[in-house]
Design a protein around this ligand. Structure first.
Ligand code: MEV
Length: 442
């Protein structure tokens, strides 16, 4: 594993350590080179790592070819750093990979506001993933269930024989559950292996175990096993975040109430809950991408968990606490890993882990859930105030200004003029570039 950032976030640009913090006012105003220099100092990046991040394509074709089949090239996305995060008392710089404007700025802004009452606190369960073995054609499903349960120890031992290394690390198959399900094609007996996967995402370990125990389950029951696969509804591997935002930060009680009402809308309506949860996933998935996680697994787990009661609900809650401040919580499955997969193979994913300064998968999950909560807060705050279009428009305006030929400070001048006029269009950007240039502005 790469050495970590060790929480040494240094506010210094000329090798002078002023303060250890992720609170970096005006980070967005710096050039890319200056931002990278900040991260280099804060996280002790080597010259090679700095070069890697500055390169236009940082995944070699050879690595890409080893990762997947039929590779013909690679595709780059922006990697940004969200600042200001204080999670469990630790300053964290947050690497995020995302194509949507405003997400990183919104996360940084939310994290700044959340610092005033000590930042975000988190907790997590043990890293238990579920593997499923589907048994069909059992003559007596209830009797099969009893037989499987009676042989739990033997089944768990066989599962653990597949991965002695995991067992040595304190992980391994820890429990077994059996469910008899009525399905459209008849009754089936589904065995769940509960596997502590430690620092892995777990799919490989769990799938191997499921495949290994299947013949034994068939022998014990006389039935026929079909599917042997991990469940992405990782409801035994949860991460939780909690934050208090003082009412003063929200313009008083009215601001608190507005966010509680926004949450209440999501709690009452799956149409809104889906978008509410999408806002959470904006943050979670951006960090997941930066660190090379299986983000489809995270998405699947999050939405299945949101619907676990039979009704699709928001993953977070926002309430007024006794002091009239805003209390936010988020709980969601967190199937993330630091060993195996793209996290180990992609050099930038490894670098992102170093920048984050996390040492275990559980720690990574706790940071992810904190980012999700901050991102959710940012969206609700914007939606209950000026709406989200203004932030989007600002960035879009800068892109248009640059495409229209503006350079340097002229980009901001053209963009600001378009936002002021509420006319963010390419033809207007071109007009403004010409107009401002003819007045001698640069
Ligand atoms: C946009 O990517 C995310 C939001 O729609 C989330 C939300 O509505 O809560 C702003």
């Amino acid at each position: 594993m790469p050495s970590s950032c060790d929480n040494l976030i240094v506010r210094a640009f000329h090798d002078v350590i002023v303060e250890k913090t992720s609170r970096v006012p005006g980070f967005f105003k710096l050039s890319i080179a200056e931002r990278l220099e900040y991260v280099r100092k804060a996280c002790g990046l080597t010259p090679q790592e700095v070069e890697l991040l500055s390169k236009v394509g940082n995944l070699t074709l050879e690595t890409a070819d080893r990762m997947v089949e039929n590779a013909v090239g690679t595709m780059s996305y922006p990697l940004s750093i969200a600042v200001n995060f204080l999670v469990d008392g630790q300053d964290r710089l947050i690497p995020m990979v995302i194509e949507e404007p405003s997400v990183v700025a919104a996360a940084s802004n939310a994290a700044r506001i959340m610092r005033s009452k000590g930042g975000i606190t988190t907790e997590a369960t043990e890293p238990i993933m579920i593997g499923q073995v589907q048994l069909l054609d059992a003559k007596d499903p209830e009797a099969s269930k009893r037989v499987i349960l009676a042989h739990s120890e033997e089944i768990l031992k066989l599962a653990n024989d597949q991965d002695p290394f995991l067992t040595k690390l304190g992980g391994g198959a820890k429990g077994l559950e059996v469910r008899v399900l009525d399905s459209p094609t008849g009754r089936m007996v589904v065995t769940h292996l509960l596997v502590d996967v430690r620092d892995a995402m777990g799919a490989n370990a769990v799938n191997t175990m499921c495949e290994a125990v299947a013949p034994l389950i068939e022998r014990l029951t006389g039935g026929r096993v079909s599917l042997r696969i991990i469940s992405n509804l990782a409801d035994r591997r949860l991460a939780r975040a909690r934050v208090v935002v003082p009412k003063e930060e929200l313009g008083g009680e009215e601001g608190v109430n507005a966010i509680v009402e926004a949450w209440s809308f999501a709690a009452a309506d799956p149409y809104r809950a889906a978008t509410h949860n999408k806002g959470i996933m904006n943050g979670v998935i951006a960090v997941a991408l930066a660190t090379g996680q299986d983000h489809r697994a995270l998405e699947a787990g999050a939405h299945a968990y949101a619907a676990r009661t039979g009704r699709y609900l928001p993953l977070s809650t926002w309430q007024r606490n006794q002091d009239g401040d805003l209390l936010g919580t988020l709980e969601m499955p967190m199937a993330v890993g630091l060993v195996g997969g793209a996290t180990k193979v992609h050099p930038v994913a490894q670098l992102s882990v170093k920048i984050l300064g996390v040492r275990t998968a559980t720690e990574l999950g706790r940071v992810l859930v904190a980012v999700g909560l901050a991102q959710n807060f940012a969206a609700l705050r914007a939606l209950t105030k000026e709406g989200i279009q203004l932030g989007h428009m600002r960035l879009h305006a800068r892109n248009l200004a640059s495409a229209a030929g503006a350079e340097g400070e002229l980009i901001d001048k053209v963009a600001e003029a378009m936002v002021r006029e509420r006319m963010v269009r390419f033809d207007r950007a071109k007009e403004l570039v010409e107009e401002l240039r003819s007045r001698g502005e640069k």
